[in-house]
Design a protein around this ligand. Structure first.
Ligand code: ZN
Length: 257
């Protein structure tokens, strides 16, 4: 059975006790698929017993620090374990998906100045995210939908994406950061099993209203803004407005799909 491990659930705030920036891992078919890579994600994963060497792909929603600040550490830790303990990656390569190639290139450049020119006994392939199916294997299918969280320059592609993830017969929508819930319309209109939703830019009551009017089976808050972070008891009361039920996850939580 596929699982989601929540490694970080904070929005882009100042450092908070027990809560890192956003990142979660979907474990399906024995491999790990990472969605966003907020700071400390690989440290949290490793220390909680998640095998970093089972990584197959990493999907970044947009290049803001609270979504990508841990990507360098993730790549560094994987290589460290492979080279130091003479282990092998479960896959032949790591596929990195990012809407802004320059931010990955900067991370990779920095890694090359750390150890051994960052030569790895496996491939790291980078891919630019654009609308449509970005990845599909026997365990998971990931489709990208651009949203309006980030402005784009003339002639530049969209910089911020939400993902429709299909795994284990379930449809999971990850909002990334969105300008408004309207950005999610196309992803949820045919129904979904889980909406993994940010609240850095939205009120719980607005999200509840959106979810109540659409065929969404379950709402999980995964990237908490101040409305939640400043007052958890009040937030738990507010999520009762979601008819199908809602959950606010913490770092270290796991759900079975
Ligand atoms: Zn964010």
């Amino acid at each position: 059975m596929a699982k989601i491990h929540f490694l970080g659930t904070c929005s882009g705030t100042e450092p908070m006790e027990g809560r890192n920036h956003v990142s979660f891992v979907i474990n399906a078919g024995g491999f790990n698929y990472w969605f966003d890579a907020g700071e400390n994600c690989s440290r949290s994963a490793y220390l909680s017993g998640i095998d970093l060497l089972k990584v197959k792909a990493v999907f970044i929603s947009h290049p803001h620090y609270d979504h990508i600040g841990g990507l360098m550490g993730l790549m560094w830790n994987i290589r460290k374990i492979v080279t130091y303990f003479r282990k092998s990656l479960a896959s032949e390569s790591i596929e990195i998906f990012t809407p802004k190639m320059e931010s990955w290139e900067g991370i990779y450049k920095t890694l090359q100045y750390t150890e051994g020119n960052f030569v790895c006994p496996y491939k790291i392939n980078s891919h630019l995210v654009r609308d449509g199916v970005v990845f599909e294997d026997e365990n998971i299918k990931v489709t990208a939908f651009h949203n309006h969280h980030l402005q784009t320059e003339e002639g530049e592609g969209w910089l911020s994406y939400s993902y429709l993830i299909e795994a284990d017969g379930k449809k999971i929508v990850f909002s990334g950061d969105v300008k408004s819930t309207a950005d999610l319309e196309a992803l949820v209109s045919d129904g979904c099993d889980y909406l993994l939703m940010e609240t850095g830019h939205h009120k719980i009551s607005d999200v509840a209203e959106f979810v109540n009017a659409r065929p969404i089976k379950s709402l999980i808050f995964v990237h908490h803004g101040l409305e939640i972070l400043n007052d958890f008891p009040a937030a738990y009361e507010k999520i009762k407005a979601v008819k199908v039920g809602a959950k606010i996850v913490d770092d270290g939580d796991t759900i079975e799909l």
